[in-house]
Design a protein around this ligand. Structure first.
Ligand SMILES: Nc1ncnc2c1ncn2[C@@H]1O[C@H](COP(=O)(O)OP(=O)(O)O)[C@@H](O)[C@H]1O
Ligand SMILES: [Mg+2]
Length: 494
């Protein structure tokens, strides 16, 4: 008898088929991975199981019994717990208070009793958090543990973890894996969502792969390899990027000194941030999400003014410059949010011309044929799947990113600021963008690669900086950087 059986699950959003006749079976006491690229339909399937979405078709069985789950409350009653990337904890309450919140409706429970219960669970499963600590004082990893304890407290026997490692540093990932193994030993069944092959191979018993909403297979770990899983995920072997190993980098062209800035809520986000970027190198900035990465790129591209510090390009002071002056001085950027760097209602050709309109003026008027001709050139060079007159918003994420790259790189910038350049892109587009950044470096540009994908940072960078609480905690040559070392720094340990 299976812990969970989902049969023939179909879910449509408009004309997107998010789940296409999906069969998914979770055995009692196993860790079962749901593996797939961004957009494959993993979260949708689990939101259906947890009662957050209603499937258009299909049946669900829990412990062999057919169920209709129409709300998370019913899911919890059926023994299902779900931990997502977006935590639902109240920062001003303690761990124990958060765990009981909304669970004991009528009876009041004593604080010591709860704290003792939480402590017992936390010891039993090796999930360590202090029951009396305030949630706002906890790290992201600790908060995740509270969410797990919360699910256990509600007697979950089936635990869904949606991309739990995305917010963790490598050491925390290890700790999480140990806890998951203890959970299944004591009889729980776990669904572990990921798009990282090595994680899935490290901790799961069986793996179900989703691609474009449908299952491409369910395999046991013992009977598969990372290569074969990659194949099931994307429909071909991944080829990755190739890079030269021994290269010489040039002189320092970009200097950032003691940069301070506030976030959109007016709280300090950058705190004495310093680094130098050389011509012909990729400097990767690694860090756990929310440590000042977004603010750093906003300040460097002129969208946010710093409260202190300086930014110099080749001797030119850009500290308080406006975005277009920064572009003119030779800084190209690919923004974190693709929609922020482009205008969806304009055409591909118009977006490609946007930052350089002077070039397209003839007799005092914008010359449409020049704009189209310019676009054709870049569409071909960057293999953009679109025509010049398509509205930008109709393009896929990958093609939109290529338009933005084409525009930024066509001016041959001295410095490229690439912020989360491959987030949400499919494998093909990711590979294209990464190779393009390597090509920029080889041309002699200095590339600042700000990314929350540690594998990407390690694969591309010549040197790696770690940002923690708005400050660069250290910079090292890529050859000396291990995931473990970077993880320590990302957690603020040194
Ligand atoms: N609430 C929603 N409304 C419209 N489309 C959605 C919604 N949720 C998911 N989708 C679409 O369904 C597809 C699958 O998404 P998702 O289940 O989030 O994938 P994954 O978790 O594997 O990254 C994507 O194309 C996504 O854009
Ligand atoms: Mg998802």
């Amino acid at each position: 008898m299976y812990a969970v059986e989902m049969l023939g699950i179909t879910k449509r959003f408009g004309n997107v088929l998010a789940n296409d006749n999906v069969h998914f079976c979770l055995e009692q006491g196993e860790i079962h991975a749901l593996l797939g690229e961004n957009g494959a339909g993993k979260t949708t399937l689990m939101r259906i199981l947890y009662g957050l979405y209603k499937a258009d078709a299909g049946e669900i069985f829990i412990d062999g019994k057919k169920v209709e789950i129409t709300s998370p409350k019913q899911a919890i009653q059926a023994g299902i717990g779900m931990v997502t990337q977006h935590f639902t904890l109240v920062p001003t309450l303690t761990v124990a208070e958060n765990i009981i919140l909304g669970y004991h409706d009528k009876q009041t429970v004593s604080k010591t009793e709860i704290e003792a219960k939480v402590k017992a669970a936390s010891e039993k499963y090796g999930i360590h958090v202090e029951p009396g600590a305030l949630v706002r004082q906890l790290s992201v990893g600790e908060r995740q543990r509270v969410e797990i304890l919360k699910a256990l407290y509600r007697n979950a026997r089936i635990l869904i973890m949606d991309e739990p490692t995305a917010v963790l540093v490598p050491q925390e990932v290890e700790v999480l894996f140990e806890s998951l193994l203890r959970l299944v030993k004591s009889g729980l069944s776990v669904i572990f969502i990921s798009h990282k092959l090595h994680e899935v191979m490290a901790v799961c018993d069986r793996i179900t792969v989703l691609r474009d909403g449908h299952v491409t297979g369910t395999v046991s770990k013992a009977a598969t390899t990372q290569q074969s899983l990659a194949n099931m995920m994307v429909g071909r072997e991944t080829f990755g990027v190739s890079r030269q190993s021994k290269r010489k980098t040039g002189k320092v062209i970009y200097t950032v000194k003691n940069l301070c800035a506030c976030n959109s809520q007016g709280l300090p986000a950058l705190n004495d941030c310093c680094f130098e970027l050389h011509a012909g190198e990729i400097l990767g900035v690694a860090g756990v999400s929310g440590n000042g990465q977004a603010e750093l790129t906003q300040v460097l591209t002129g969208l946010v003014k710093p409260t202190k510090g300086s930014v110099k390009l080749d001797g030119t002071d850009l500290t308080n410059a406006e975005p277009h002056d920064i572009t003119d001085a030779g800084v190209g950027r690919t923004p974190e949010d693709r929609h922020e760097g482009s205008i969806g209602t304009l055409t591909v050709a118009e977006n490609l011309a946007l930052e350089d309109l002077d070039k397209f003026i003839r007799h005092g008027m914008l010359d449409q044929s020049l704009i189209i001709e310019n676009a054709r050139k870049y569409i071909e060079e960057y293999q953009i799947k679109a025509s010049p007159t398509d509205q930008l918003r109709k393009l896929s994420g990958g093609n939109m990113q290529k338009v933005i790259l084409a525009r930024a790189l066509s001016r041959k910038p001295k410095v490229v600021i690439a912020s989360q350049p491959t987030r949400g892109l499919d494998v093909g587009a990711t590979e294209y963008v990464r190779n393009r950044l390597l090509a920029e470096r080889d041309r002699g540009a200095g590339v600042l690669l700000v990314s929350e994908d540690l594998d990407e940072i390690i694969a591309l960078s010549d040197r790696i900086a770690v940002i923690y609480e708005g400050c660069i905690k250290g910079i090292m040559p890529a050859a000396e950087a291990t995931a473990e070392k970077l993880g320590m720094m990302m957690a603020g340990a040194c």
